[in-house]
Design a binder for this molecule. Structure first.
Ligand code: AMP
Length: 416
């Protein structure tokens, strides 16, 4: 089946076309036929397109909304320029899989979209006011452009974490707040952590229950996930993606009293504080320079910038802190750390700095292998003697979304 995978953000649309089927999932022979990103949707958009193994094409066009962006994608897919031989007309697009950010407590698995599902996703808007509305726009644009008959599937960022026990997901707040407003840890990056758990299982030929790892998704957004017996047992992002690790522009864990303090001291409204926490904190806030880890590493190396170094040190230390706490939570039954995301996949330096001191829990990093691994490669980066192994696996959320779409459409039950 030719599956269109859509990731609609507030002002961007990312897509892939993936050829997959139940048989291809079993044999791991699914294939990405094309991919692209449309940025600055709502004004003059920047568009990057890549058909199969061809070179990337960059262009721009005025795209006023998500519908116009998806219309653009569909027209390109069926045009000769895209070079996707197995798609000649829109009827060759067999189903669409959407990344949906928040599924609340309602959605613990991927589902076929209908009116009831749409209203369930709408109910979760208050939990993800920036993301879910964009996801819904993508869904309604596809219905308009491809018709009701083309199946659409929602794959939630939160659903992998639905297996967390109450003791992981409840905060130390008055319990009625959970009952009344469902204030709890939901966790995000679920599709990425699930993919990492799947890759680990496949590489090692394990059963689901044998996967005990700590997955570290380190990109502009960052989260750690304790995967116990193949399931999410704890994760660092919380009620929103703000909690946990230090990220590009978010602080991760902070004392909640800082909000009230700032409100009084700086006269900031809670909305302004929220913007500061989401957009001006983390690596950017500490360094005062950038949220881009590559640039911070350059500043540190070339100009010995004190705050760039500080930002990197705080970032790495927070990751170590979570690794330690998950190692203990899992009673030391952790077979591997897995690094993924833009930083995790590409930065040997950061992986080495995170790993410093982890000899105490059995990690013995192989510096040569670590230094050699970047740019989308998969590798084991720990020494033979290491009792806690370390791996780098490039994440592939789109592949899992396409596979889930096939499984849901075909009514197949296997989750992986
Ligand atoms: P993502 O959100 O997964 O695309 O990751 C974006 C982050 O990965 C940014 O902070 C980039 O600076 C970082 N990144 C990408 N390549 C490298 C690299 N070679 N070294 C360090 N950081 C990198």
């Amino acid at each position: 089946m030719n599956i269109l995978v859509l990731n609609c953000g507030s002002s961007s649309v990312k897509f892939q076309i993936i050829d997959t089927s139940l048989e291809q999932i079993e044999t791991n022979t699914d294939k990405c036929l094309a991919r692209g990103v449309l940025e600055r949707v709502g004004s003059h958009s920047l568009i990057t397109l890549q058909g199969g193994d061809q070179k990337k094409i960059k262009q721009d066009a005025p795209l006023r909304d998500h519908r116009a962006a998806i219309d653009f994608i569909l027209r390109w897919i069926i045009s000769p320029g895209s070079n996707i031989h197995q798609i000649q007309s829109l009827s060759d697009v067999h189903a669409v899989g959407h990344r949906v950010v928040h599924g609340g407590e309602k959605f613990s698995r991927s589902v076929r979209i209908n009116e009831e599902i749409i209203s369930g996703v709408e109910d979760c808007i208050e939990l993800a006011p920036l993301h879910n509305p964009a996801n819904l726009k993508g869904i309604s644009a596809v219905t308009e452009l491809l018709g009701e008959a083309v199946p659409q599937v929602a794959v939630f960022d939160t659903s992998f974490h639905s297996t967390m026990p109450e003791s992981s997901y409840l905060y130390g707040l008055p319990y009625p707040l959970y009952r009344r407003y469902k204030i709890r840890r939901y966790g995000f990056h679920g599709t990425s952590h699930r993919y990492i758990a799947y890759r680990y299982r496949r590489e090692h030929d394990l059963k689901l229950q044998q996967v005990n790892i700590i997955s570290l998704h380190l990109g502009n957004g960052c989260s750690a996930c304790a995967v116990r017996k193949g399931e999410s047992f704890d994760t660092s992002m919380g009620f929103t993606p703000l909690e946990g690790l230090v990220m590009g522009t978010r602080p991760g864990d902070i004392d909640a009293s800082i909000l009230d303090f700032l409100h009084h001291k700086e006269g900031l409204s809670f909305g302004e504080i929220d913007t500061m926490l989401n957009r001006r904190s983390g690596l950017l806030g500490i360094s005062g320079l950038t949220n881009d880890m590559r640039e911070l590493l350059e500043e540190e190396a070339e100009n010995q910038d004190r705050r760039a170094k500080l930002a990197i040190d705080i970032f790495c230390r927070r990751v170590r802190k979570y690794i330690g706490s998950y190692f203990v939570e899992m009673a030391g039954k952790v077979d591997a750390l897995v690094f993924t995301g833009g930083i995790g996949e590409n930065s040997p330096v950061i992986r080495e700095r995170i790993s410093a001191g982890l000899e105490s829990i059995g990690l013995n990093l192989d510096k040569r292998k670590n230094n050699k691994t970047s740019g989308g490669e998969s590798a084991c980066i720990s020494k033979e003697s290491s009792t806690l192994k370390a791996f780098v696996f490039p994440t592939n959320e789109e592949l899992l979304i396409a596979r889930d779409t096939v499984r849901v459409v075909e009514n197949a039950t296997r989750r992986w």
